[in-house]
Design a protein around this ligand. Structure first.
Ligand code: GTP
Ligand code: MG
Length: 189
C-alpha cells in the first residue's frame, strides 16, 4: 500500500470522548514498553510521530494519526506496567475498553507482543475482550532484531497457534507484510 503522509489529529484521555471522524481505524495495543510507538513511527516513516519513551507506561492517552485522509492509526496506551498506580490502571481500562467496545469504524486491533516473551496474561485478556466484541485482532511479534535466527524460528513456532507477523522497528523487517494485512482490514467492513 502506498502510504500517504501521517499526521497527528487528536488525543483522547476520557472514555466516550473520541474524534468525530468516520474514517476506518486500526488500533495498536500491547504491554507497556513493547514497542507500539516505535512500530507506528516505522510504519509511517515518521521518526517522531508517536513518542517513543524510555519510561514505560508513559503514553496514558489514546493518540489518533490520520494517514492521507484515508484511514486513522490509533496508538493505545500500554498496559501491564506494575509501577503504574492502581487508580491509573483503572483509568486505562475504562478509557481503552470504552474505545474498543464502541468505536464503530474500528477495523482491527494490532496486538503487539515482544517476540522474546510471547502472549502473556494481559495480552490474552485483551484478545478475549476483542473476541467478545467481534473486533479482529492481528498479532505482531516485534523486536525480532533482538534474537538470532534459530531462536526466532523457535519463538514463532510457539506463537503459531495464531497467525503471527514477525516485525522489527529497528530493521523494518515485516513492514510489507503488516501493511498488506492492514490495507486488507481497512478495505473490509
Ligand atoms: P509505552 O507507550 O510506554 O507503552 O511504550 P511503547 O509500547 O510505545 O514502546 P516504545 O515504542 O516507546 O519503545 C520502548 C523501547 O523499546 C524503546 O527504547 C524502543 O527504542 C525499543 N524498541 C521498540 N521497538 C523495537 C524493536 O523493534 N527493536 C529494538 N531493538 N528495540 C525496540
Ligand atoms: Mg508508546
Amino acid at each position: 500500500m502506498r502510504v500517504g503522509e501521517a499526521k497527528f489529529v487528536a488525543a483522547s484521555t476520557r472514555p466516550g470522548q473520541f474524534p468525530a471522524s468516520e474514517l476506518p481505524e486500526i488500533a495498536f495495543a500491547g504491554r507497556s514498553n513493547v514497542g507500539k510507538s516505535s512500530l507506528l513511527n516505522r510504519l509511517t516513516g515518521r521518526r517522531a510521530l508517536a513518542r517513543v519513551s524510555k519510561t514505560p507506561g508513559r503514553t496514558q492517552q489514546i493518540n489518533f494519526f490520520a494517514v492521507g485522509e484515508r484511514f486513522v492509526l490509533v496508538d493505545l496506551p500500554g498496559y501491564g506496567y506494575a509501577r503504574v498506580p492502581k487508580a491509573v490502571q483503572e483509568d486505562w481500562r475504562r478509557l481503552v475498553e470504552s474505545y474498543l467496545a464502541t468505536r464503530r469504524q474500528l477495523r482491527a486491533v494490532v496486538l503487539i507482543v515482544d517476540v522474546r516473551r510471547g502472549i502473556e496474561e494481559d495480552d490474552q485478556l485483551l484478545l478475549d475482550f476483542l473476541g467478545d466484541h467481534g473486533v479482529r485482532a492481528v498479532l505482531v511479534a516485534t523486536k525480532i532484531d533482538k534474537v538470532g535466527r534459530a531462536e526466532l524460528q523457535k519463538r514463532l513456532a510457539e506463537l503459531r497457534s495464531s497467525a503471527v507477523l514477525p516485525f522489527s522497528s529497528v530493521t523494518g523487517e515485516g513492514m510489507t507484510e503488516l501493511w498488506q494485512v492492514l490495507s486488507d482490514a481497512v478495505a473490509r467492513r
